[in-house]
Write a protein that binds this ligand. Sequence first.
Ligand code: NAP
Length: 458
Amino acid sequence: MSLYAVEITYLIAAILFVFGLKGLSHPDSARRGMILAAAGMAAAIVGTLFERAIVSYEWIVAGLVVGSLIGAAMSIWMPMTAMPQRTALSHAFGALAAALVGVAEYSLHGASMGRFRIGALGFEVMLGSLTFTGSMMAFSKLQGLMRGTPITYKGQNVVTSILLVVTVSSFIYLLINPSFAAAFYVMVCIAFLFGVLLVIPIGASDMPVVMSLLNSYAGLASAATGFVLANNVLIIAGTLDGFSGFILSILMCRAMNRSITNVLFGAFGAYVADTGVAETGTMREVGLEDVAIQLAYARQVVFVPGYGMATAQAQFAVRDLGDALEHHGVTVKYAIHPVAGRMPGHMNVLLAEANVPYSSLYEMEQINPELPRTDVAVVIGANDVVNPEARDNPKSPIAGMPIIECDRSKSVVVLKRGKGKGFSGLENPLFFKPNTGMLYGDAKTSLSQLVQEVQKVR
Ligand code: NAP
């Protein structure tokens, strides 16, 4: 294949990546987006296999086989609920690859690469190394291999800042004196350590934001690799990945009403629960039969899923209840909050797994105006994303976080196991309102029982 043909293949790959990303912006087109992006990646690999610089294929084939086997095993056996961990592992692999390519290039060519390429290489290795260890920490926290709560120690900020200064100083020194290999290897080692220290003070629940940032770093490391290897498709794909990850981090922060600086400086993971209003009063418990009758005779029911639906793996039971209600002539809609659950699009992914039609999924802005004319809002393991404190109490730690306004619907049924708080640790006044009924129990069990009860209603 001529150089010209390789570049055309890369161009096709880049176009497919752009259309892939566009497709991912809506649940309806997300599958198509994924297929386009995968096709783009295939085109990029094929183009690379025809690079003239390749002298032998043995190691490449071995890498392709091992990588494909690991990828296939992960997608077949890791459950949907483990998607955040799975993503952390993918970032770790990508970042490690970028870092290793950088180390190999430096040990092969050293100072002869020239200042510009050394600069790109230093950037690549620094970001790649810290992203690798940072992502492995995120994986371990999410998988429960290490403590999920923030790990802190005295003088933590000072130690982390010193390490950052040493890494960046080594990088700058390398730019001034590219043949000083010690500066390069000090930078690599400290960047690996820095990744660990950056992530351990952050709680497991905040890992999605961290991972989206690490995703952005891994993308930028790949873009830098592209400059080192003079490979256009790496530059384009890395930049797309880097900036989309960064935009996603900003969107997640906005949806949680947190500032990006708060995220960037790692001061999160520890919400303070005592500034919210403590609720007095009692929660009204309701029974299965009553709820089933209420639902079956409603005109419109809106399901509001949250983290509890994910932990209970209740998405199929939600779909069954939706079907049973539709059979009774009830209009059923699903309200999706952008940060319900523990990763962006968490609810979309789970409901899509249960084949809930996209046309029944409503974004927060679409469903809120409908809630005052909704007969029953069924909250399934959601808490913070339906907490009216965010809207009504400017002193609340979650003040300003947009919510799904279930409290404005005619009545509310909340499915949760007990009186457990949400991610923020705050009390939720919605649960104490006179038109709210609490149906206690595991969400999946309650929903399955409700399906049977609804089927009994004539
Ligand atoms: P949430 O505030 O964490 O509340 C989940 C509720 O589910 C709990 O109150 C719990 O109450 C209940 N629950 C847990 N297991 C259950 C089960 N098996 N069956 C029934 N109920 C169960 O969840 P959310 O409303 O989805 O809010 C998400 C939170 O995560 C937000 O504060 C958001 O800012 C944060 N966050 C999200 C992302 C993201 O990307 N999505 C990223 C970082 C942080 P019981 O213990 O009483 O059952």
